[in-house]
Design a protein around this ligand. Structure first.
Ligand code: UD1
Length: 420
């Protein structure tokens, strides 16, 4: 397992190009199961989760070829309608094959994902949604087994707004008979990107980008090519790095409109933010002001930025409360951050962060994707040397993070497992 060694205290200055969005790629790739043929994607991020999804699609019989940021998927030979445990345990987004497989082939067997590093992450809404669309669903030996002749439209009102369940229901309903209505649908940009992709394939979807979707089922879809949207969480992470350790940094090739909540909070913390087309320039605050955040579904402050925000607030000039209203247990980074000298008290799903004057380097353990990112951010400003162990989590969702950070002045290097 690789680790990162960071010598803190270097100012960040310069420009970082943002990659394609992991969560869009993970939704669009399984959508190719909805129509046989060849698809070409550009701006696909080079990430371990994308590799995992590619492998999963290969097990169904699809041909997948990757070349840098181009991804070609041919679903002509798909003949196995399963997502085995070995794949799903590595990546929960594997459950995205449920909707397209049941809609197109009338059968899907998908392993239940089980727990996640930071706590329970149920899939009841996915199952209920598919059931409402007329599939017979059983849970058997750790698998969701769904069968249907042809799905039928339904009215689905989600109790909780869920990105994954909305995606699965969308992918199932596009081939169902009749018009499906989804209330309290997720409207995250990655869900919107999925809906637009489906429309390009011939689906009929109204209300894209809102909480109310109407999906008129069609008999067949066709393959198309698509460019992945930019990764708003990667952009947000680099902007927080800039606010903590800049200088002046620019993130390019992103969509600033999808980052409004994060940019507003960054400005409240004292950073100055300028938007120019697809580029955001951020000048770090002289002193980081305390800013409370509560995570919420889009367009609220993303839960995927909560850990990074705690890293920023660890050096604020007061006290800030960071509440996660989406995932109540998502705080595995807090004890590690405390090892770096942060002053944080956890109170249920709220972290009370009392700003300290400085952090001090230490060995810390990365536990999940965004937690790992927050530890790197803290390491960039900690005095001395920080070692972030088990960085394979990071490789799931950040493309060449150390190279991008080096390019703007950070002293960070990857040491591969064999070298220590
Ligand atoms: C997606 C993102 C993840 C992000 C999360 C919330 C992908 C691949 N992952 O995950 O990065 O952190 O959205 O923005 O896009 N819930 C249920 N029952 C369900 C499903 C979800 O109760 O069947 C709850 C969850 O526990 C959570 C909330 O709904 O409290 C939102 O989760 P959801 O949007 O489904 O997250 P994911 O799609 O798994």
């Amino acid at each position: 397992m690789d680790k990162f060694i960071i010598h803190g205290g270097k100012k960040l200055n310069g420009s970082v190009r943002i990659s394609g969005a992991k969560n869009a790629a993970l939704a669009l790739m399984p959508a190719t199961l909805l129509a046989s043929g060849k698809y070409e994607f550009t701006n696909t991020p080079d990430l371990r989760d994308v590799t995992s999804m590619a492998k999963l699609l290969q097990t169904t019989g699809a041909d997948v070829v990757r070349n840098a940021h181009s991804l070609s998927i041919n679903t002509f030979r798909v003949n196995k309608f399963e997502a085995p445990y070995e794949h799903v345990k590595k990546m929960r987004a594997s459950i995205y094959v449920l909707g397209p497989l049941i809609a197109r082939y009338g059968y899907a067997k998908v392993s239940l994902p089980g727990g996640c590093a930071w706590g329970p992450r149920p899939v009841n809404l996915h199952i209920e949604g598919i059931r409402k669309l007329g599939a017979a669903v059983k849970l058997e030996s750790g698998y969701i087994v769904a069968k249907a002749k042809r799905l039928k439209a339904a009215k689905i009102a989600f109790d909780v707004s869920s990105v994954g369940a909305t995606g699965n229901v969308l992918m199932a309903a596009v081939l169902a008979r009749g018009t499906t209505v989804v209330e309290n649908a997720a409207k995250e940009p990655e869900t919107e990107a999925l809906a637009r992709f489906l429309v390009k394939m011939g689906a009929k979807v109204e209300g894209i980008g809102t909480n109310h979707l109407e999906i008129e089922g069609v008999d067949a879809l066709h393959p198309v090519n698509e460019e992945m949207i930019p990764d708003r969480i990667e952009a947000g992470t680099f902007l927080v790095a800039g606010a903590l350790a800049g200088g002046k940094i620019k993130v390019t090739h992103c969509n600033p409109l999808q980052l409004t909540a994060v940019l507003t909070k960054l400005e409240e913390s004292g950073a100055s933010v300028k938007i120019d087309g697809d580029t955001i320039e951020l000048r770090a605050p002289r002193n980081i002001k305390p800013v409370n955040v509560t995570t919420a579904a889009y367009p609220g402050f993303p839960t995927d930025m909560q850990a990074q925000w705690i890293a920023l607030m660890s050096l604020c000039t007061g006290s800030a409360v960071v509440t996660d209203a989406i995932y109540f247990d998502r705080f595995k980074h807090v004890p590690e951050m405390i090892r770096l000298g942060a002053d944080i008290t956890l109170n249920e799903n709220a972290a009370v962060v009392q700003g300290v004057k400085k952090l001090k380097g230490a060995k810390v353990m990365s536990t999940d994707l965004r937690a790992s990112a927050s530890l790197i951010l803290a390491g960039l400003v900690a005095e001395g040397t920080t070692e972030v162990l088990r960085v394979y989590h990071l490789d799931r969702g950040y493309e060449h993070i150390e190279k991008k950070l080096q390019s703007i002045g950070a002293d960070i290097k990857r040491v591969s497992g064999q070298e220590y």
